[in-house]
Structure formats: C-alpha cells, structure tokens
Design a protein around this ligand. Structure first.
Ligand code: FAD
Length: 421
C-alpha cells in the first residue's frame, strides 16, 4: 500500500477498536481512529477487566425462561427490565428466547471459545508494546460456592470446558481459604482457572494503547461517525460531525451504538444496550489475590488499581434512561457479603453504569458489511468484549488483507439477523 493511500478508519475507541487499530498498525497500515469521547470511556471503562477464557456460554440457554421471573422479582437480582422499554425490547427478547435451544447454544459455545482464546497472549503482547504490562495480571480466577450442591449443578458446563482443553482445579474449603484469605468462611468449595487473567484498569490500558498508536504514527480524532460515502459498493469516506475522512477501509467498532451505522452499510442487526453496573470501594485494604466470581450472587469481584470493584447485573432500559444506582448498591451489598472484613473497612464508593453491546445469541457481529466489501463490522461482544478484543482484531486484520481468518467466521455472520440470513 503506497503512503498516499487513505488510512483505514476505525470507528470507536473502546478496547475492540483499540486492539484492532494497534493490530492493523503492526501490519504497517496507516490507521485513523475516531471517537467523540475519551478513548476507553464506553463499556470498556468500568468493567472489572476479566480476561476470561471460561466465558464460553451465551446467556440464552435452555431453561432460562424459567429463571427469568424469579430474577425479575428480586430487587437485588441479576436481571431487571424497565417496563417502559419493553415494547422496544420485545423483538430482541423474542430472538433471545428463540436462541435458547441446544443447537444454537452449541454454535454459541464454539463461537465464544474461538474468540476468547488467545486473550491473555494477545493482551500481553499489546500491553508490552504500549508499556502497560503491569496492568495485565495472569493470576487466574476463582469461582466460589457456599454449597457443594450448587457447584455440582454446574458440573456439566465444566465438563464441556474440560473437553475443550480449558484447565481448572476443584478446591476444598481449606485450599480456598489459603488462596483467598479474605473470603467469607461460609464458602466451602470452588474452582480455580489458572488460564484466566485480569486487567487492573481497562480505562488506563486504553490510554496507553492510544499513546502507542499515536507514537507509531496513527491518528486519533475526537469526532463522531455519522455516515459513509459509498461508491460502487465501496466506502470511500467516513462522514463525521467534523467533515469527511477518506478511507481505504472502515472498521465499525462503536459497541452498543453500532446499529444505525451498520444499517447504513446494509446490515440490520439485533443489538441491545444491556446495562451493567459496578460499585467500587476506593479506600479499603481488602486486596484479592485474583478475581473472585460467586455464581450464587452473580457478582464478579476484582482488585483494581484504584480499589475493590464489584461488577455485574443486566438491566434492559435502553441507552438513554437514567442509571438506577440501587443496582450498583445491590452489587456492593452482595460484594460485602463475600468479604467480611469489608463490614469495617472502606466507606468511599464510586458507582458506574455501562452499555454492553449485546446480541440475542451472545455472539458478536463480525464480518464484511453487506453494502461495502471494504467495510468490516466488529461489534456486539456483549459480556466478553474485553476478553475477545485481541482475537477480533486478528479476524479484522485477516479480512482486510484477504487472508484466512484465524477462526471460523460463520457463527458471527452479520446477515444472520436478516430474513433468510
Ligand atoms: C458491568 C460489566 C462488566 C463486564 N465485565 C467484563 C469482563 O469481566 N470481561 C469482559 O471481557 N467483558 C466484560 N464486559 C463487557 C465489555 O465491557 C464489553 O463487551 C466491551 O467493553 C465492549 O467493547 P467495545 O469496544 O465494543 O465497546 P465500547 O467500549 O463501548 O466502545 C465503543 C466506542 O465507540 C464510540 N462510539 C459510539 N458511537 C460512535 C460514533 N458514531 N463514531 C465514533 N465512535 C463512536 C463510543 O464513544 C465508545 O468509546 C462487562 C461489561 C459490563 C457493563
């Protein structure tokens, strides 16, 4: 590619867009990354940074419809629907319930396993290049249970993980205590996944990625994409609120905000801003050795650079409704019940809400756009966007360079939401 050809324009500077921009730059491509906000300040900001190769099950699994009513009735429950949003949500929700069948779950597991693989290696390399290696901790994850019976209910899922080669250890109460001394003694068993890892500050990592991109000649602009100049089935330019940027290729990574732009590129997608929350205690001396997840409480706890973060919950209320901070407070209560010393320790709490870009089948939209062969769609990573960003970047890189993708692309095809797709 000659120096004078236009850059690849990457829309969206979340971790998906940033990993993609850095990966394309490694290939010697000129990259122009655009985002109206601070890079990394979308969903990528306040999540707990779990790099989780075990997150291979979509949310829509058989039997989910039986659990939903109980969750909705529980004010601290993991799921909430704001009823005024129900009419807008209904088509997505119908697809979600339709996806809860064994065949689709098998496709989902294959698709998520492929994309989450290589996450730790991917971040290790990108963080080293961005002089941010200290933000990636390869200490594994702990899954903890108050009851052996509850742990046993998940045996089937863990057998599937083992069959795919994901290593884990089953722990008794003593080992659990040794590994995580702060944990409530009521937790009697657990599983340890040595291959999972953790980013201790995703927003700071995003800042380092931007610096690395700019240092190596990339352009980063605080502008919003509004549309495209399309000529003969090719994008020639990205329209923005500050004019048109000429483009050799376009990669759409605008997270939960991607659907209107995808539509202009010929793809109608089912994408819902699935709201999640965190509560973070910023002044406590309870430090976890590694992230801890309680399946019973459905809360993910991780020690971050700036404090102890509790994250989780799924709320369907649309993108623009005011946050319901009771959900963050609920996470805080659940988190405190995991670590008893928090009862007397740490009073300063920050709260955050972010929009997961969620599809009904739990798989991202990843592939060429219908109306422009030089436009790649790369969004919709739902609960695992941090983990799957490095592999997504490799897929985009392969598509742009007409090479064989590192993973089979069928599960993520953008047209699967269209009639007959
Ligand atoms: C509570 C919670 C916990 C989570 N925990 C984990 C976890 O432990 N591990 C994990 O892997 N994932 C986790 N996730 C999911 C993860 O955060 C997301 O999947 C991921 O951040 C999505 O990244 P993204 O780059 O696609 O989107 P974002 O980070 O949202 O970035 C999209 C960017 O696009 C920009 N944008 C929007 N519109 C435009 C436009 N028109 N033009 C230009 N730019 C635009 C936005 O400003 C934004 O910066 C969690 C999410 C939540 C909410």
């Amino acid at each position: 590619m000659s120096q004078s050809s236009p850059p690849i324009v990457v829309i969206g500077a979340g971790l998906v867009g940033l990993c993609t921009a850095l990966t394309l730059q490694t290939r010697g491509r000129q990259v122009h990354l655009i985002d109206p906000g601070q890079p990394g300040s979308g969903a990528s900001q306040g999540n707990p940074g779990g790099l989780s190769v075990t997150s291979i099950f979509p949310m829509a699994v058989p039997g989910i419809h039986k659990k939903v009513p109980g969750w909705l009735l529980d004010p601290l429950g993991p799921l909430a629907i704001r009823w005024s949003h129900l009419p807008a949500l209904a088509p997505w929700m119908i697809r979600f319930l339709q996806a809860a069948n064994p065949e689709q779950v098998a496709r989902g597991v294959a698709g998520l396993f492929a994309l989450t693989g290589g996450a730790v290696e991917g971040y290790t390399a990108l963080a080293a290049r961005a002089q941010a290696s200290a933000l990636i901790r390869a200490d594994g994850h702990l899954m903890v249970y108050r009851s052996a019976a509850v742990m046993a209910q998940e045996d089937g899922a863990w057998k599937k993980r083992a069959a795919l080669g994901i290593a884990f250890d089953t722990l008794d109460a003593d080992t659990l205590r040794q590994m995580e001394p702060e944990l409530d003694p009521a937790f009697v068993c657990g599983r340890y996944v040595p291959g999972n890892a953790h980013c201790t500050d995703p927003l700071r990592l995003a800042g380092h990625f931007v610096q690395a991109l700019q240092r190596d000649g990339g352009i980063v602009s605080r502008v919003a994409a509004t549309g495209f100049d399309l000529v003969d089935g090719q994008v020639r330019g990205v329209r923005t609120d500050a004019g048109v940027i000429a483009a050799s290729h376009v990669v759409l990574c605008a997270g939960a905000h991607s659907a209107p732009l995808a539509r202009q590129l010929g793809n109608r997608v089912a994408l819902e801003p699935e709201r999640g929350y965190h509560a973070q205690i910023t002044d406590c001396d309870v430090v976890l050795q590694r992230p801890v997840f309680s399946t019973e409480a459905k809360v993910f706890a991780a020690s971050m650079v700036d404090g102890l973060r509790f994250a989780g919950t799924a709320e369907f209320a649309g993108a623009n409704a005011a946050p319901d901070w009771r959900r963050a407070d609920g996470l805080l209560s659940l988190g405190k019940s995991l670590f008893p010393r928090l009862a007397q320790n740490g009073q300063t709490v920050s709260r955050w809400m972010g929009l997961r870009p969620s599809t009904p089948d739990g798989l991202p939209v990843l592939g060429r756009a219908a109306a422009a062969s030089n436009a790649i769609l790369a969004f919709g990573h739902g609960h695992i966007g941090v983990t799957s960003a490095p592999m997504t970047a490799r897929v985009v890189d392969a598509l742009i360079h007409d090479e064989t993708a590192p993973v089979p692309l069928l599960p993520y095809r953008p047209e699967r939401f269209s009639r007959g797709g």
